[in-house]
Design a protein around this ligand. Structure first.
Ligand code: SAH
Length: 250
């Protein structure tokens, strides 16, 4: 009989920020599949498990391995950082599934287990930066044309959303955050718009900083950073970033 595949959001990193459902699924699985960096984060808790890792850029091989294990009859926990359905592997798994469907293996063999995405865990570090309407935008143009990213940044400013930027930087894209800030400034965001960023959320070396949009433009952040752009009402309060819900305090 074919096994089950659980596509698991493991949260930002630390075990305490993983849901108990995610932990239980990993404990029950025959094999845990994931990107090498994430497997290294969870390995110590599941020392008796079979692990299968692939490096960055080999995401589709990782997905295919999950199907192969399941068709051999193994239960698979496929782990993704944060939530598996937010810039994660849940969608590719469903897109690839038709190639593997048979009498014994259907969509019912796949379950998605939610996890705490970086926007949520990072927001908690900064206080309340997304306490009103917000949107998530990834600055990675590996799978999305840069023109579309620009369009979404402009639209988010036009709608006065608070914005959470994922993938703000990489080895090849060290100036993308600067480019994104320039686009938001040109779209009408004021240079003193309240912003912040959190690095290594829930991992060793977690740190956060608040700043204005014009200061953010000149910051160097790394790929393990989530960036928050406030809406026009967001304020910096000490080392926190607070987007008002709209209550009046009289
Ligand atoms: N599925 C993940 C996102 C993957 S995209 C989630 O739901 O969180 C990768 C980007 O997510 C990184 O470039 C960074 O912007 C953000 N990110 C993921 N984990 C993070 C962490 N522990 N600390 C800071 N940013 C993180």
């Amino acid at each position: 009989m074919a096994g089950q595949i659980y596509i698991v959001g493991m949260g930002p990193g630390h075990k305490s920020m993983m849901t108990s459902e995610a932990f239980a699924v990993m404990e029950e699985a025959d094999v845990i599949v994931g990107y090498t960096v994430y497997i290294d984060l969870v390995k110590e808790h599941f020392s008796d498990k079979e692990f299968f890792t692939t490096p960055m850029r080999q995401e589709i091989e990782r997905c295919k391995a999950c199907f192969d294990f399941a068709l051999e009859g193994k239960d698979v926990a496929f782990i993704c950082s944060g939530d598996a359905g937010i810039y994660g592997m849940a969608a590719p798994m469903f897109e690839l599934l038709p190639e593997y469907v048979n009498a014994d293996f259907t969509q019912d063999n796949i379950t998605v287990i939610p996890g705490v995405t970086a926007a949520i865990s990072g927001a908690a570090v900064l206080g309340a930066p997304i306490n009103h309407d917000f949107c998530l935008i990834s600055l990675s143009d590996l799978l999305t044309p840069w023109e579309l990213i620009e369009k979404r940044l402009r639209a988010a400013i036009a709608g006065d959303f608070a914005i959470v930027l994922y993938n703000p930087s990489s080895h090849k894209r060290h100036d993308y955050l600067q480019k994104a800030c320039d686009i938001m400034l040109a779209a009408g965001a004021l240079p003193n718009r309240a912003c912040g960023f959190v690095e290594n959320i829930g991992r060793d070396g977690q740190s956060s900083q608040v700043c204005t949009l014009s200061e953010l433009r000149d910051m160097q952040v790394n790929m393990f950073t989530t960036v928050f752009i406030g809406n026009s009402k967001t304020k910096i309060m000490g080392d926190k970033l607070v987007t008002p819900r709209g209550y009046r305090y009289e």
